[in-house]
Design a protein around this ligand. Structure first.
Ligand code: HEC
Length: 207
């Protein structure tokens, strides 16, 4: 064996330097505190009567909505969409869609997506688009899925709501100040200054 190989083996066995020990101790303390905090948080979430995070995305399904949700899951919609938190992010997140679109709009979209969008779509539409099968499903199944989707409601300020939180939003203000040219108000209106009163205009998509 060459000499330097022996040397390296001995090097590996040398005790940790003070700095290295300190690094491990600090990292250990971080991990310990993170684990304790996680445990406490889980315990509180499991036992507390009031929810820790305000629930603003709602899934109160009717009997037909429940049947629709089953068809939705069995029809591979979740390969692209997220709804009731489950699914993927390839297509739009459908949580809260019932606040933005009405039942008729959703049903029309599923049957005839490009006419409803008024322009070309990416995945819904005729073959060879990947979600072509949706328009070929039975009218009854599409109707139940549309009921299900129209019951996915978001309150204003929820992550899945099309409308930002009420009142002051310092984060949004600071982003606007940083990124938007000051003339933006000549062309656009600030949606927060409209009197929305928790109801979004459901004709948003009806153009
Ligand atoms: C291959 C991916 C894919 C699959 C599968 C898929 N979708 Fe979509 N979906 C999309 C994309 C992308 C859009 C945006 C419109 C477009 O470009 O096609 C969309 C849009 C929608 C919209 C309109 C959302 C909005 O507010 O504009 C609805 C409703 C919808 N999908 C429901 C469904 C349902 C129900 C199924 C299953 C039966 C389904 N999708 C399956 C990709 C998919």
């Amino acid at each position: 064996m060459p000499d330097n190989a022996v040397l390296m083996r001995e090097d590996n066995k040398s005790p940790l330097k003070t700095g290295e020990k300190l690094l491990f101790i600090v990292a250990g303390i971080f991990i310990l505190f993170a684990s304790i905090a996680f445990g406490v948080m889980q315990y509180l979430m499991a036992t507390s009567d009031t929810p820790i995070f305000e629930q603003k995305t709602h899934y109160n399904l009717s009997a037909d909505g429940n049947r629709g949700s089953l068809i939705f899951r069995e029809s591979a919609c979740t390969e692209c969409h997220r709804a009731m938190r489950g699914g993927t992010n390839m297509g739009n997140n459908l949580d809260g869609i019932g606040t933005k679109r009405n039942l008729q709009w959703i049903e029309d979209f599923l049957r005839d997506p490009e006419t409803v969008y008024g322009h070309e779509t990416m995945d819904h539409g005729p073959k060879p688009k990947q979600a072509y099968f949706v328009a070929e499903m039975s009218e009854a199944d599409r109707h139940l899925m549309a009921i299900f989707l129209s019951e996915l409601i978001s309150e204003q300020g929820s992550a899945s709501s099309p409308v930002p939180p009420k009142g002051e939003s310092p984060f949004i203000d600071s982003m606007i100040n940083t990124w938007a040219p000051s003339e933006w108000k000549d062309k656009y209106t600030d949606i927060r200054e409209k009197n929305i009163d928790n109801k979004v205009d459901k004709t948003l998509g009806d153009k």
